[in-house]
Write a protein that binds this ligand. Structure first.
Ligand code: G4P
Length: 289
């Protein structure tokens, strides 16, 4: 979460993932279900090449269920299997093993036909900071992290964690950088907590987020802050929330910084219910005839 990405860091991160790719049968690409596009590393296809992958839409508990279904269908259209998971609560863990077995069935059947002794599936997790990689590793490992020690032919420092009998997971995930050249993406990374607040203008972020709620979840916004109509004017918008919720300065004026912090805290704290900040349809480019 505190990582500042510079070209040197990006090259190193990429090298590390590329190195580990050789050790595994399958990649778990961990995305934030609330922002499956914005939480994707922009070079992921190039980095993992043809390695089989399973997309995991994590934090599904915080995302809009209908939108998550749309994203799963979107990935399916591209031939990529995606699953909704909640690493924090451990939901979807069995499905990860099951889906991996299905994705790798052909490869393992081929090996078996050649007389190779069946072995556990080897997997690694990749994702941007804060996607939930450590949480997922701990969940998959359960309480008693049973490290299998060094595997012949494998770099000594790599440790494998047993996930039941059928899977082994690299104990360190691949950490990749998010997209950050696009301001809209930056806002989504920020509102979901993937970027440190100290790097942000909280008023900008809260205005952006309130306008998003107005567009996509108007009823919930009106209900929470008791709006009859949502003002176009930003000062009116902030004044209304500030007065309602007592975000005031000593002189009883509305404290705009406090309003901004309140709004962001409440969105992150799921006070507006589960939210998805982008849908597949937002990225469909109309093809020219
Ligand atoms: P990382 O290794 O990819 O950087 O992410 P990490 O596991 O540290 O998770 C980042 C934050 O996301 C953590 O919260 C973690 O609890 C939370 N998280 C991970 N998976 C899920 C999930 O499926 N659902 C929900 N709701 N949250 C999830 P934190 O606030 O940084 O720490 P804490 O809440 O554990 O104290």
């Amino acid at each position: 979460m505190t990582i500042q990405w510079f070209p040197g860091h990006m090259a190193k991160a990429r090298r590390e993932v590329t190195e580990k790719l050789k050790l595994v049968d399958i990649i778990f690409e961990l995305l934030d279900a609330r922002i499956p596009y914005s939480s994707r590393n922009p070079m992921i296809d190039e980095i993992i090449q043809h390695k089989p992958r399973l997309v995991l839409l994590n934090k599904a508990d915080m995302a809009d269920k209908e939108a998550t279904k749309e994203w799963i269908a979107f990935f399916a259209e591209q031939g990529i299997k995606a699953l909704a998971v909640n690493a924090q609560a451990g939901e979807g863990m069995k499905e990860i093993v099951q889906a991996s077995k299905e994705i790798l069935k052909e490869k393992f059947d081929r090996l078996k036909a050649k007389g190779v002794k069946p072995r556990a599936i080897r997997a690694m997790i990749v994702g941007i900071p804060n996607a939930g990689k450590s949480t997922l590793i701990n969940r998959l490992a359960k309480k008693n992290i049973a490290k299998t020690g060094n595997t012949p032919g494998v770099t000594r420092s790599q440790q494998w964690i047993k996930v039941g009998k059928e899977m082994e997971l690299l104990d360190t995930p691949g950490i990749l950088w998010p997209k950050f050249e696009d301001q809209e993406v930056g806002m989504k990374l920020a509102i979901t907590g993937a970027i440190k607040d100290t790097l942000l203008n909280l008023q900008d972020l809260s205005i952006h987020s309130l306008r998003f709620l107005e567009r996509e979840y108007e009823g919930r916004l009106k209900e929470r802050y008791k709006f009859t109509d949502i003002p176009d004017d930003v000062v009116e918008l902030f004044d209304h929330i500030g007065k309602l919720r007592g975000c005031l300065t000593g002189g009883a004026n509305v404290d705009y910084d406090k309003v901004a912090e309140l709004v962001i805290r409440e969105i992150r704290g799921e006070k507006f219910g589960p939210l998805t900040f982008e849908k597949p349809a937002d990225f469909l480019v109309q093809e020219l005839e």
